[in-house]
Design a protein around this ligand. Sequence first.
Ligand SMILES: Nc1nc2c(ncn2[C@@H]2O[C@H](COP(=O)(O)OP(=O)(O)O)[C@@H](O)[C@H]2O)c(=O)[nH]1
Ligand SMILES: [Mg+2]
Length: 245
Amino acid sequence: MHDISTTEFRLNSARIAVIIPAFNEEGSIGQVLDDISSDIVEEVIVVNNASSDRTAEEAEKLNATVLTETRRGYGSACLKGLEYAMPKGFDVIVFLDADYSDHPEEMPSLLRPILEEKYDLVIGSRSIGQREKGAMPPQAIFGNWLATLLIRLFWGYRFTDLGPFRAVRTEALKQIGMEDTNYGWTVEMQIKAARLGLKATEVPVSYRKRIGVSKISGTIPGSLKAGWKILYTIFRYGFTRERPK
Ligand SMILES: Nc1nc2c(ncn2[C@@H]2O[C@H](COP(=O)(O)OP(=O)(O)O)[C@@H](O)[C@H]2O)c(=O)[nH]1
Ligand SMILES: [Mg+2]
């Protein structure tokens, strides 16, 4: 981690942790960690999802806390990170992908609404941000448009993306009670925040082509599974009275 001048956040003294789910991301995890400011973040938690490459070693070299989750799935990894982080009393958790598509140096703009305007959840939106051509496949762009349209119709909350780069207040996370173990993770958080009437917003974030190979939206099986799970999650919460835990 390197130091960027962010006195504003240091003064604020909020305790911030970052959770990064990582599955075979040895070529990018180092750059992601390098671009996270140690002025802002107290602990970076990389959840290694049984990678067969050197992801864990690369993350350890850069002083991240490395956890291992043997159950595959994006949500399983995020849940493992939360299980570790929640008892430690952080004020805010930031989620970030390990593929270097997101720009970790943009973290202050995700944190500002929480630290200064009392927001509970801030989504980094790639739809309203600068997206490198080809960084998001067309099916991901369409899927996000459809999912956010449905969220607006069911719950009246206006999001433009289900982006992975997001910040959430830990108190809100406790209310939300995340459960999804794979592709429904991001949409579940937004739906439950809306159902609970939490204060949510989005900020534009930049997005570039990933390093290494896509495990989800860049593959046909990944896209189909993710698309199905996201729609299923929306309709499940949309048509049931089931209260979020
Ligand atoms: N822990 C864990 N992380 C995963 C899994 N699949 C993908 N990821 C991570 O989730 C993030 C998003 O995956 P990615 O392949 O970039 O999906 P895409 O952005 O839709 O192409 C990356 O940081 C991956 O390493 C998984 O099964 N477990
Ligand atoms: Mg990606």
